[in-house]
Design a binder for this molecule. Structure first.
Ligand SMILES: C[S@@+](CC[C@H](N)C(=O)[O-])C[C@H]1O[C@@H](n2cnc3c(N)ncnc32)[C@H](O)[C@@H]1O
Length: 460
């Protein structure tokens, strides 16, 4: 029998399920992330009717998982088995403070205990979970104050991540972590081939949807909504893309010309799911090869292009092995949106911080260096390669570009924003070299190949 308490539907009335059931599904996602699986993959295992609600609660819980695990350790120094720990931490993350609890905290506690009783995986710990949560309700202020002494609770990131940011950004690390813990807005890219941003904003205003412009082609919605309810999404007028990611295609194309009739020949080397491929095609006459190592993700490039009515040659291959996919004709431009730690998009993917290890940074930096070294020779003299990552760590950004430049005297660094720190809200958060407006963390280096080779003697 369903309890009387139901999970609230979202603003558009898309889900309604008993809250205990949603809490079970949410805890399953949290347990999967703690076992190393991405939240996106874990959500695929959640029954479709529960998925939107479970996603909203799981993202909330993951944003406060550091706090919740610290509180759990204060309540029960010996960790319970993983499923019970995940349910307890989910409940603590959702109700640790009233100001942003998604439900009344007593309701959350009741329903978390109900969730424990109704699953074979947690039934044996239901009394324990009940005792922990009731004690938490009685002693909440003192427990929260005690957990404040733990930086993992205070900042909701792993300790190594906090230390790394402190070291790399001694003036700004707190603001970066705060931005990571905030909820990002829904940002759209208006298809330049179909509509001007001002025209699209008028369309939104006519539909009573509050929005503001951002960057050259972007629009930020005041309230997120399901994509298929965004005017023009299904017709390819707009795509969902963060404002920082929207900088890539114009940066690469600006000032490049293929002459009056020819098309620019562009390689998008790490293209899936195709956001930047599509933007390149929306902006100009280009012939784009969209490459990705993951065949399943290549299908997502096809879907993106189909919706927008665009065409590219989509190839599933390893960019590090051009002999398997390159026809020998050099490119005017290469976009290398390299695999990275994704440390700049934590506000959109709150699981990322719990999935990464510090050793991933060096491992991914080595892959990025390999990709840069292999793809550079495929560029025409006078051509440009845009290297970007959605990471704030210097090893995946500035340090990578500097090392590359030190070994390639035919490469010139052109104007590009460099490292951008994540920022939520329209106002700059005081981090230097930040763009105005709301955006994810990113790094951009625009590398141009000199038209003539420079000898070592000339370059000094
Ligand atoms: C940051 S994502 C790209 C996002 C994409 N550019 C967009 O804007 O939608 C990085 C992509 O690189 C792909 N990748 C990783 N290693 C690769 C390799 N050696 N060759 C080609 N693609 C690779 C991953 O599968 C992933 O889809």
């Amino acid at each position: 029998m369903a309890t009387a308490v139901t999970g609230h539907p979202d603003a558009d009335g898309h889900f309604s399920a008993p809250l205990w059931r949603l809490l079970q599904a949410t805890a399953e996602v949290v347990a999967a992330v703690r076992a190393g699986q991405s939240a996106t993959a874990a959500l695929q295992n959640v029954e479709s009717g529960l998925r939107p609600g479970a996603q909203a609660l799981a993202f909330h819980a993951l944003r406060y998982l550091g706090r919740a695990e610290s509180l759990r350790a204060l309540l029960a120094p010996r960790a319970p088995p993983p499923h019970a720990a995940a349910l307890l931490c989910t409940a603590l993350a959702l109700c640790w403070r009233d100001s942003d609890a998604p439900y009344e905290v007593f309701t959350l506690v009741d329903q978390a205990v109900e969730a424990a009783k109704r699953s074979a995986a947690t039934r044996g710990q239901a009394n324990f979970i009940n005792a922990c949560l009731r004690r938490f309700l009685r002693e909440r202020d003192a427990l929260v104050a005690a957990s404040d002494r733990d930086p993992v609770a205070r900042w909701n990131h792993p300790r190594w991540w906090i230390e790394r940011l402190k070291q790399e950004y001694p003036q700004h690390w707190q603001r970066i972590l705060e931005a990571n813990n905030s909820q990002p807005p829904m940002t759209l890219r208006v298809n330049a081939g179909k509509c001007a941003p001002a025209q699209y904003l008028s369309k939104l205003a006519a539909a009573n949807i509050a929005a503001a412009p951002v960057g050259e082609h972007g629009v930020v919605l005041e309230r997120p909504r399901p994509v298929h309810e965004v005017p023009g999404f299904d017709d390819g007028v707009v795509s969902v893309q963060d404002a920082a990611a929207q900088l890539a295609a114009p940066l690469l194309l600006h000032g490049l010309s293929a002459g009056p009739t020819a098309r620019l020949r562009i390689l998008d080397a790490c293209a899936a799911p195709g956001g930047k491929t599509a933007h390149l095609l929306e902006l100009g006459r280009a012939e784009v090869i969209a490459l990705d190592i993951d065949p399943a993700r290549c299908e997502r490039i096809d879907e993106t292009l189909r919706r927008l009515g665009l065409k590219a040659r989509v190839v599933a291959a390893d960019a590090r092995q051009p002999s398997a996919w390159w026809d020998g004709e050099a490119f005017d431009a290469i976009l290398l949106d390299a695999p990275c730690t994704a440390s700049g998009i934590v506000r959109r993917h709150p699981d990322v911080r719990w999935l990464r290890r510090e050793s991933d940074i060096a491992q991914l930096a080595a892959v990025q260096a390999h990709l840069l070294a292999v793809l550079w020779p495929l560029l025409k003299p006078g051509g440009r390669l845009l290297y970007c990552t959605c990471s704030v760590f210097r090893a995946e950004g500035e340090a990578q570009a500097q090392t590359f430049l030190a070994h390639h005297n035919e490469a010139v660094l052109r104007d590009a924003p460099g490292h951008l720190m994540p920022q939520t809200g329209a106002k700059a958060n005081g981090v230097p070299d930040n763009l105005e407006g709301d955006h994810d963390g990113f790094y951009f280096a625009l590398l141009e190949k000199r038209a003539e080779r420079v000898s070592a003697a000339q370059s000094v």
